[in-house]
Design a protein around this ligand. Structure first.
Ligand SMILES: O=C(O)c1cc(=O)[nH]c(=O)n1[C@@H]1O[C@H](COP(=O)(O)O)[C@@H](O)[C@H]1O
Length: 276
C-alpha cells in the first residue's frame, strides 16, 4: 500500500487506529474452540466487526508461530480475511545478516503479502535495507519501544561529533537515508509520549506506529497532541483492550464498541490537522 492510499483511508474513516490481532487461544471465548481453526474464527469475526473503524491490523506473529504449522495457516487465513484497502502489519521484529533478512522479507512480503513488517535496527544497515527493496512494502523500525526494558539500550547516551544523543535518536537519524517516508516508519511506544516531540523533530514526516495505548496505559490524547502531522502520521495500535473487550458470545460486538470509542476520540483529534 502506498502512503497516499494509507492517508486517504485515514481521511475516509476518520481513524488512525491499528487493531492488534494478538490472538491467544487461552483468552478467546470458549464457544469458538469447537471451530476447526478457532484463532482464525475469532479474527474473522473481529475483522468483520471492526474493519470500518480501523485503518490497519497488526497480527503479532508470536501468537501464531507458537502453534507451529497450524498457527501459520491461521495467520494466512487471517490475512486473506482483511479487506484489501486496510493496511497490514506483520509484527515479527525481524532483522539479520543481509541474505537472511532478504528471505524474511520474501516470507512476509511475497509468500504472505503483508504491507509491512516490524524490524529491529540492532544489526544495522545491511540487516534492514533488504526489507526496503519491495515496491509499496514498508519497514517499521523499532526506535523507542513501550516496554519497561527500553531504557536498557534505547536511552543509553552515545556521543557523535561531540554531541550526546540517546541511542533511539541515533537510530532515527542514521536510518533516515536507508529508506524514505514512503517505505519507512518508526515504532514509538505510547508509554513514552514525553519523547514524542523529539521524535517529531527528528522525523517530521514519517509515519509512526504507536503501540501501548489501552492495556499498557499510554495516552492517546498526548500521543495525538505531540505526534500528529499534516498527513496524520500516526498509526496507534491497541490489541488486548479491543479484542478481549468481552470473552462471551458477544465478543465481536463488544470489540466493535471498544474500537468505536477509540475511533470517535481520534476523530476529534484529527480535527486540528484534517478538519472535516
Ligand atoms: O512492535 C510492536 O508492535 C510493539 C512495540 C512496542 O514497543 N510495544 C508493543 O507493545 N508492541 C506490540 O504491540 C502490541 C501491544 O498490545 P496491547 O498492549 O495488548 O495493546 C503487542 O503485539 C506488542 O508486541
Amino acid at each position: 500500500m502506498t502512503r497516499q492510499e494509507l492517508f486517504e483511508q485515514i481521511q475516509r474513516k476518520r481513524s488512525y487506529l491499528c487493531i492488534g490481532l494478538d490472538t491467544d487461544i487461552k483468552k478467546i471465548p470458549p464457544h469458538l474452540l469447537n471451530f476447526e481453526d478457532p484463532i482464525f474464527e475469532f479474527n474473522r469475526q473481529i475483522i468483520e466487526a471492526t474493519a470500518d473503524l480501523c485503518v490497519a491490523y497488526k497480527p503479532n506473529v508470536a501468537f501464531y508461530e507458537a502453534h507451529g504449522p497450524k498457527g501459520w495457516m491461521s495467520l494466512e487465513r487471517t490475512l486473506s480475511a482483511i479487506p484489501k484497502d486496510v493496511f497490514t502489519i506483520a509484527d515479527a521484529k525481524r532483522g539479520d545478516i543481509g541474505n537472511t533478512s532478504e528471505l524474511y522479507a520474501r516470507a512476509f512480503f511475497e509468500q504472505m503479502n503483508f504491507d509491512s513488517l516490524t524490524v529491529a535496527p540492532y544489526m544495522g544497515i545491511d540487516s534492514v535495507t533488504p526489507f526496503l527493496q519491495f515496491p509499496n512494502k514498508w519497514v517499521i523500525l523499532l526506535a523507542l519501544t513501550s516496554n519497561p526494558g527500553h531504557d536498557d539500550f534505547q536511552l543509553l547516551s552515545v556521543v557523535s561529533e561531540g554531541k550526546s544523543y540517546f541511542m533511539f535518536e541515533k537510530v532515527i537519524q542514521n536510518s533516515h537515508a536507508w529508506g524514505t517516508t514512503e517505505n519507512l516508519m518508526y515504532v514509538v511506544g505510547a508509554t513514552r509520549h514525553d519523547y514524542i516531540e523529539r521524535v517529531r523533530e527528528l522525523a517530521p514526516d514519517h509515519f509512526l506506529l504507536v503501540p501501548g495505548v489501552g492495556a499498557q496505559g499510554g495516552s492517546l490524547e498526548e500521543i495525538s497532541k505531540y505526534g500528529m502531522n499534516k498527513q496524520c502520521g500516526l498509526l496507534v495500535n491497541s490489541s488486548r483492550q479491543i479484542i478481549y473487550a468481552s470473552q462471551g458470545e458477544d465478543f465481536a460486538e463488544k470489540a466493535r464498541a471498544a474500537a468505536l470509542t477509540v475511533q470517535q476520540e481520534m476523530d476529534r483529534y484529527l480535527n486540528d490537522y484534517l478538519p472535516r
